[in-house]
Design a protein around this ligand. Structure first.
Ligand code: NAP
Length: 278
């Protein structure tokens, strides 16, 4: 199977990110080492990890084992809640970069806003410093709602490159997506195929799979592309990794995209980041 190259999108602070990459939760270090090397071999250039996944070491080993030059790779990791602070965020970044074995990271995200602690603006200032110092190519947020981003913008004026949020046809996140777009923030979907569960058996998805000769996961990933999203499906299986990347040779019509979006269960079905986070 020959897989077309993954297109990239330009981010607010100047970097370019592949529109599709590999998620690595919940892989162990050893699983991530193997999967990341296999994914890069299959054509992936973006890998998504986090301090909280406990696999930054393994991701770094897999990237080195791939033999692909560093500048062709795009690595995302995330700041955990105990380091929400200006200095603390920079120190946590240094530790993550060390585990990854990288002298810079492409994208650093605040993993969750944790609004009850009210420290995310200070953390954001730490990420802005890392960007200014050239330690990261892009900075962003994860699981931030419009009200949280309003504060980031009002108090720093620095536009986040990315907001990575839970998003798939059952949780379409219309309000947050529209807000991100309006502010020049690229929306990145997590759990893009609904963790491989019931979503992939929905008739609207399986019927389109038959129409296009594609798997249900490929139909759902193409839906993300049609909506202008970027995403990081996780797979530890080389065949599924390759298939998940093989979505750039067909397109869904606007009606088909609308029919898939009809699976939306509303904002209440999404993880509530005013309540949950780490
Ligand atoms: N920012 C955040 O708070 C946050 C939260 C959750 C996740 N994430 C990131 O987003 C990534 C993706 O989200 P996710 O892992 O929750 O869910 P996902 O990517 O929607 O689904 C992954 C699951 O689907 C299976 N799968 C993969 N490809 C498949 C295919 N073609 N057909 C059928 N099943 C398939 C995988 O199993 P196999 O491995 O066996 O293929 C795995 O069990 C994570 O890995 C992580 O990097 C971020």
């Amino acid at each position: 199977m020959s897989t077309p190259a993954v297109p990239t999108v330009k981010l607010a602070n100047g970097a370019s990110i592949p529109r599709l990459g590999l998620g690595t939760w919940p892989m162990s270090d050893d699983q991530a080492e193997v999967a990341v090397a296999q994914a890069v071999e299959a054509g992936y250039r973006l890998v998504d990890t986090a301090y909280a996944y406990g696999n930054e070491d393994g991701v770094g080993r897999g990237l080195r084992a791939s033999g692909v030059p560093r500048e062709e790779l795009f690595v995302t990791t995330k700041l955990n809640g105990e380091w929400h602070g200006y200095q603390a965020a920079q120190e946590a970044f240094q530790a993550s970069a060390g585990r990854l074995g990288l002298d810079y990271v492409d994208l650093y995200l605040i993993h969750w806003p944790l609004p009850s602690r009210d420290r995310f603006v200070d953390a954001w200032k730490g990420l802005v410093k890392l960007l200014e110092d050239g330690r990261v190519r892009a900075i962003g947020l994860s699981n931030f709602k419009p009200a949280h981003i309003d504060r980031v913008l009002a108090e720093t004026g620095v536009v986040p490159d990315v907001n990575q949020i839970e998003l798939n046809p059952t949780v379409t996140r219309n309000a947050t997506r529209a807000y991100n777009t309006e502010h020049g923030i690229v929306t990145q979907s997590w759990s893009p195929i609904g963790r491989g569960g019931a979503l992939l058996a929905e008739p609207v998805i399986t019927d389109l799979g038959e129409r296009y000769g594609k798997t249900p996961a490929q139909i759902v990933l193409r839906w993300h592309m049609e909506l202008g999203l970027i995403t990081v499906p996780k797979s530890a299986d080389p065949d599924r990794m390759r298939a998940n990347l093989d979505i750039f040779d067909f397109a869904l019509t606007a009606d088909e995209v609308g029919a898939i979006s009809g699976l939306d269960q509303g904002e209440a079905a999404a993880t509530d980041s005013d309540v949950f986070g780490h």
